[in-house]
Design a protein around this ligand. Structure first.
Ligand SMILES: [Zn+2]
Length: 492
């Protein structure tokens, strides 16, 4: 039986439209899913949208439409990223899906309740409507929410609470022992130090008057389930929790959960504590990426700041694989990075049009000029070239298991440089070179180009297909189709 590989992204909040930050996360997860599939794993790749909450209710009211209508329209935009970014997800879960998602939410609520971890209490707290969350004093900077630069309001209401505090110790142990591995390591340390101070119980429901756009608390119509059990549960509801136990057990626990740094605490503290309370295993790995900032701007990308760069516009202008390449290659997977369109063009011109594009065109051009069929003779592959390919394959594997997409691509490009060096060294165009030597050199170049094509398949699926479909290294002679120009040069 094949190894299973279950990977999730965060589900996006439909109060806005997709921007390049959402896109990076989906592409990162897509690379991992495609890579696992290529290795023969049985893969389930989940993404989706988070559609309840006061903000949706408010925005819909402002537009004079129902929350459902707003959620439908915006969710569709996120779903469309599949085509725009060439994503390979298997399922798109929506938290408004009563049939698929809600049974899992009810079940986890009941399990946590059965464990004695849900209780009712009157809560007075500082609430930031921008975050849709209660804030503790330690979350605030000069009395203000640092993300929204506004003072939270004092709110009092009776809610259900989740006994998160009971899990501080066990959570620390699980993280320290690597039962749930957090990447990068310094994010794990952040959570460990939080847990060491002791986690506070969290509000698990809101009154129906405050939040009507949500899932009702089982057995209490006056309360609506707050974001934690509503949204985080998507990772298990989508694979059958609460409605198809067999399917659920096939996939859970997740092998990788991909999230942004802003939701680290939810995914590395609240979510695993909920799972422990419901007696479910923890996800194996949590990969936490940084944010994309716009070059020259201090604030993060957000709708309210009006600095959204649409993935749709960029892809229309530059193509899907250029988009994927730039964001995977230019940005550290863990740190924040700066986006600029000029850098985008620079990076794509240098690495794609020149680096990869030239190497492919050179190789194909020389083979065509040679004019004779080239034997598929793998004994003719130079040892140094063969070893180089193997080394890069191994490194890419290691780097991807640590989520280092940028370094993995750099490795593949080092293979392209090696190929360029090989051509310059062998000079297959030289009149002095015997035909058999020319044939051998050209065969080596084709083997290398084909390997680059294969290595690129999780990162740049279309480009990979163009290369590997053109070269057939089977039968007596190599069959080579002309490779269309892979990438244009972008002008300023
Ligand atoms: Zn806030």
């Amino acid at each position: 039986m094949n190894k299973k590989f279950y990977i999730t992204t965060a589900i996006d909040y439909v109060n806005g439209l997709p921007h390049i930050g959402h896109s990076l996360e989906k592409i990162q997860a897509d690379v991992l899913a495609r890579y696992a599939r290529a290795k023969g794993d049985d893969v389930f790749f989940l993404t989706g949208t988070d559609e309840h909450g006061v903000k949706i209710q408010k925005t819909a009211a402002e537009k004079g439409i129902s929350p459902k209508k707003l959620a439908d329209a915006n969710s569709k935009q996120f779903k469309n990223l599949k085509k725009i970014l060439n994503l390979s997800w298997d399922e798109f879960i929506r938290t408004t899906n009563v049939k698929k998602h809600w049974p899992g939410v009810f079940k986890i609520w009941e399990e946590i309740n059965k464990a004695g971890d849900i209780y009712k209490r009157t809560y007075r707290g500082l609430y930031c409507s921008g975050c849709e969350a209660f804030k503790t004093e330690s979350d605030l900077v000069d009395g203000k929410c640092p993300d929204h630069n506004c003072e939270p309001e004092l709110v009092e209401e009776e809610n259900y609470f989740f006994r998160l505090s009971a899990y501080s110790k066990i959570l620390r142990k699980k993280i320290e022992e690597g039962e749930m591995k957090i990447f990068p390591d310094w994010r794990a340390k952040e959570i460990l130090s939080l847990a060491e101070k002791g986690l506070e119980d969290v509000s698990f429901s809101r009154s129906k008057e405050k939040l009507s756009w949500g899932i009702p608390v089982p057995g209490d119509d006056s309360q609506v389930i707050y974001v934690w059990a509503d949204a985080l549960t998507n990772y298990i509801s989508a694979i059958g929790y609460g409605r198809d136990q067999k399917e659920f057990e096939k996939w859970w626990p997740a092998d990788v959960q991909v999230i942004g740094k802003d939701i680290l605490r939810f995914h590395a503290a609240i979510w695993p504590a909920m799972l422990l309370s419901a007696k479910l295993p923890l996800p194996k790995k949590l990969f936490v990426h940084g944010f994309i900032n716009i070059e020259g701007q201090k604030q993060k990308i957000s709708k309210s700041l009006g600095n959204i760069v649409s993935p749709n516009d960029l892809v229309q202008k530059y193509g899907t694989d250029s988009f994927r390449y730039y964001f995977l290659r230019e940005f550290s997977p863990f740190e924040d990075g700066n986006y600029s369109e000029a850098k985008f063009r620079e990076r794509c011109n240098a690495d794609l049009a020149h680096g990869l594009g030239n190497f492919a065109a050179r190789t194909v051009g020389m083979v065509e000029k040679f004019g004779h069929p080239i034997k598929n003779d793998f004994k003719a592959v130079d040892l140094a070239l063969e070893q180089r390919i193997k080394t890069v394959q191994k490194k890419v594997d290691e780097l991807l298991s640590g989520f280092k997409f940028n370094d993995a691509l750099a490795e593949i490009w080092s293979l392209i440089s090696f190929g360029d060096g090989y051509i310059n060294d062998k000079k297959p165009w030289s009149q002095d070179l015997p035909e058999t030597e020319k044939e051998k050199a050209l065969f080596n170049m084709l083997v290398l180009l084909n390997s680059v094509g294969v290595l690129l398949s999780p990162f740049l699926p279309d480009t990979s297909k163009k290369i590997t479909k053109a070269i057939t290294l089977k039968g007596k002679f190599v069959q080579l189709k002309t490779i269309p120009r892979l990438f244009p040069l972008f002008e300023d």
